[in-house]
Design a protein. Structure first.
Length: 79
């Protein structure tokens, strides 16, 4: 299995294998799933768009840092 990353406008998102079991992250075993981003969101559903596009529905945010940077730009100065 070759694992890399996903390029987005906000930068590269890491892609990895999901793990289950263990205690505090120690001794966990890979369970065969794929996770994306810092929050390790899992793909729930994928839909083809056009001939070359794919939209993935995730169970969580994949890039919360990008969302906070966007909200920072919306902040009202002086507050």
């Amino acid at each position: 299995l070759s694992i890399g990353g996903v390029l987005t406008l906000g930068g590269e998102l890491r892609v990895g294998r999901s793990k289950s079991g263990g205690f505090l992250g120690l001794g966990a075993k890979e369970d065969g799933g794929v996770v994306i981003g810092n929050n390790e969101a899992k793909v729930v559903k994928s839909t083809n768009v056009g001939e070359k596009g794919v939209v993935h529905e995730m169970d969580g945010f994949v890039a919360p840092d990008l969302i906070w940077r966007y909200f920072d730009q919306l902040r009202i100065p002086g507050f």
